[in-house]
Design a protein around this ligand. Structure first.
Ligand SMILES: C[S@@+](CC[C@H](N)C(=O)[O-])C[C@H]1O[C@@H](n2cnc3c(N)ncnc32)[C@H](O)[C@@H]1O
Length: 311
């Protein structure tokens, strides 16, 4: 299996079960691995729209037969589908059979986007979407100590967030923090004598937190989930593959809430919410890659797939 094998492909194909003539949206097109497999099942009569906010990915797939590749942030899925409706004079919103989001970034992007990998020295950019004006260096050089601490705590669950943020503020008084190795040195100085903790590099959490903040990963997911469900038809399915616990928790809580008859506070004796469930959870527990996939594609190890159906 090559390294670019799409994560959980077999499980996605089985559970989303795309069929001839259906409409699908792949919200994270990447190199098109999932989308190409889905397109082959939809045949000529079906339609798959692929979104990605990385322009390079869209350019590469612009001419791909069977896939309509559009550069967009998936939080805007409904607006994009309404535009597509107008352009093609076919109803799409409310008619979608399947929506897939394989969150985060690809191994291609890890090598290509400066600052994503802390193993190579580079400018601390981290933007997957080049139209985004905020780089990781901007956060490190412009944000307050309290703001940086919050980012590292909330998005990285970094236990030494306060100390790392304090050192960042001290260092930037003398020289802007603009490179991967400058930041790595600061983090390492907060963990004297320890390069790794339980096998994980001490820089991992800080770099992950900055990437999440730069690319607004949490805000995008919050905006995306309810509008994506709006776009599905009854019986249509939404599948989300996440790679860190913050994302997975968000998806899990959203599915739980939208499949519940009551969302009143637990201590409330009588229900007053009148909440109408709109989803049925298909995956009671998240699906994770089988041993074989985990061994062949190490990036798949943290993947969790959750699927729900619109009712
Ligand atoms: C893990 S890769 C997807 C790989 C893809 N499933 C495949 O088979 O090649 C995630 C992709 O989602 C894109 N992405 C991440 N957040 C996005 C967002 N909010 N809107 C649009 N694209 C996004 C990234 O640029 C990246 O190309």
């Amino acid at each position: 299996m090559p390294i670019h094998q799409p994560v959980l492909l077999k499980e996605i194909m089985e559970l989303l079960n795309p069929k001839e003539g259906e409409i699908f949206v792949d919200c994270t097109l990447g190199s098109g691995g999932h989308a190409k497999a889905i397109a082959a099942k939809l045949k000529k009569e079906g339609k798959i729209i692929g979104l990605d906010f990385d322009k390079d990915n869209i350019e590469k797939l612009k001419k791909q037969k069977g896939i309509k590749a559009i550069q967009a942030n998936f939080k805007d899925i409904k607006r994009i589908l309404l535009q597509e409706e107008k352009a093609t004079a076919t109803k799409i919103v409310g008619e979608v059979d399947g929506i897939l989001a394989d969150l985060g970034f690809s191994s291609d992007q890890l090598g290509k986007i400066p600052g994503l990998s802390f193993r190579q020295d580079d400018f601390l950019d981290m933007r997957l979407d080049k139209s985004n004006p905020l780089t990781a260096a901007d956060i490190l050089n412009r944000f307050s100590q309290a703001e940086i601490t919050t980012i590292l705590e909330q998005y990285g669950e970094e236990r030494r967030a306060t100390l790392i943020a304090k050192k960042i503020i001290q260092k930037r008084k003398f020289k802007k923090i603009e490179t991967v190795f400058q930041l790595k040195e600061i983090i390492q100085s907060c963990y004297p004598g320890q390069e790794k903790i339980r096998g994980i590099d001490v820089a991992t959490k800080t770099f992950m937190a900055l990437r999440i903040a730069v690319n607004k990963e949490m805000e995008n997911l919050d905006k995306f989930l309810p509008v994506a469900v709006d776009c599905l038809k009854k019986g249509g399915k939404i599948a989300i593959i996440s790679f860190h616990s913050l994302e997975d928790r968000k998806v899990k809580n959203f599915f739980k809430r939208e499949s519940s008859k009551c969302i009143c506070d637990e201590d409330q004796l009588q229900c007053t919410c009148n909440h109408q469930p709109i989803l049925k959870i298909i995956t009671k527990k998240p699906i994770v890659p089988q041993k074989e996939e985990r061994e062949e594609n190490p990036r798949s190890r943290s993947a969790k797939l959750r699927i729900a159906e619109k009712i």
